[in-house]
Design a protein around this ligand. Structure first.
Ligand SMILES: NC(=O)c1ccc[n+]([C@@H]2O[C@H](COP(=O)([O-])OP(=O)(O)OC[C@H]3O[C@@H](n4cnc5c(N)ncnc54)[C@H](O)[C@@H]3O)[C@@H](O)[C@H]2O)c1
Length: 336
């Protein structure tokens, strides 16, 4: 007898869609019935790895199909809001990669359709499912840090994405730093105001597009704590993600020192490897977030992180973008 309980369609067979495929293949509760991508060859190649899945370049077919219970949206950001709305109206459970949209009103509009339709909705903030971040949150919730005074995060990518990707990304604060903003909310709480500075240090593409490649953001939390976040689009040694929460009873540091638990000591020094990018640093977290989504859908509970988290991180990203442009502190209350 088959264990399959949920019929899923994957929208977008690009970088992140491929990553999620690993989970879709491995989870025995899931049957992927369709893979959709306007690049039909990519859809075909991905579908070929998922027994029983068909390939299509037409998302409407999927959304109107009674054979689909849930959709996994891994398409470019500018298509998310519409696909979320169409999926919710067709009563599909929706998992969507971050962000819902780059614009606050468009995001609210899509999330309103989700709310009205009552479908399960989860946003792709996978770091919450990393064992380090999940454990940090549990310890904070148990009060082990006492009152939290400071939050510190570093987020550096190995290199900038293509100019084409950058042009549609919404800029460093909404595309890259948004993960640190979500962690700030996840570990410390709601943010009251933001002051961000950003510069171009190396990327001609970022300069051409009016974006920045290096930034520092100061957060003031509603609970009185302060935070500082450093982002860069370049780190020659690989993906550099470090987060620290400091409180009256100690501090928690989330940092994956190396990919392989091995250091080679030799004449002249020692060496170790390093996570190259988000795919290897957060591979387990990507799996855990989708498994949690499927569990919530099957158990008819609301998945998390959901609409409020999608909106919360976006508002900080918009405030940071505005602060960097205006050269002043921006209150979250101004972002409405
Ligand atoms: N959570 C994370 O850490 C993380 C990491 C990378 C990307 N992302 C997000 O994932 C999304 C996709 O990023 P990517 O790097 O995989 O991009 P990508 O360009 O590699 O892949 C996107 C794919 O979607 C396809 N596509 C375009 N319109 C479509 C439609 N209407 N229906 C179906 N498929 C469509 C494209 O042809 C492409 O194959 C972005 O919104 C990005 O912000 C999240």
């Amino acid at each position: 007898m088959s264990d399959i309980k949920l019929r899923v369609a994957l929208l977008g067979a690009g970088r992140i869609g491929q990553e999620h495929c690993r989970t879709l293949i491995a989870d025995p509760r899931i049957q992927v019935v369709a893979v959709c991508d306007p690049r039909l060859e990519a859809a075909r190649q991905t579908a070929a790895t998922l027994p029983g899945a068909t390939a299509t370049d037409e998302s409407r077919e999927i959304l109107s199909s009674s054979e689909v219970d849930a959709i996994i949206i891994c398409t470019p950001t500018d298509s998310h809001a519409q696909l979320i709305e169409e999926g919710a109206r067709a009563h599909k459970a929706v998992f969507c990669e971050k962000p819902v949209a780059l614009d606050l009103q468009r995001t609210k509009q899509a999330l309103k359709v989700v709310e009205e339709s009552g479908v399960p909705f989860q946003i792709g903030f996978q770091r919450r499912f990393d064992s380090g971040y999940a454990e940090a949150r549990k310890r904070i919730a148990r009060g082990l840090l006492g009152r939290i005074d400071q939050f510190r995060a570093v987020g550096r990518d190995p290199g900038p994405p293509s100019k084409e990707y950058l042009a549609k990304s919404g800029g460093l604060f909404l595309d890259q730093a948004i993960h640190e903003f979500d962690l700030a909310r996840f570990l410390v709480g709601e943010v009251q105001s933001v002051f961000a500075v950003g510069v171009v240090r190396f990327s001609d593409d970022a300069a051409d597009l009016g974006d920045v490649d290096t930034a520092t953001t100061i957060l003031h939390f509603e609970n009185g704590a302060l935070g500082v976040i450093e982002n860069s689009r370049r780190a020659v040694y690989g993906y550099d993600i470090v987060t620290e929460v400091f409180g009256e009873a100690g501090k928690l540091v989330v940092q994956a020192e190396r990919k392989t638990p091995l250091r080679f000591f030799r004449e002249g020094g020692s060496e170790q490897d390093h996570h190259h990018f988000f795919m290897d640093r957060f591979r387990d977290a990507f799996r855990a977030e989708l498994e949690a989504f499927f569990t919530a859908v099957l158990e008819r509970t609301m998945p998390s992180p959901g609409a409020a988290d999608a909106l919360g991180a976006l508002r900080i990203g918009l405030a940071a973008t505005q602060s960097q442009k205006l050269g002043r502190m921006v209150k979250l209350a101004e972002i409405d």
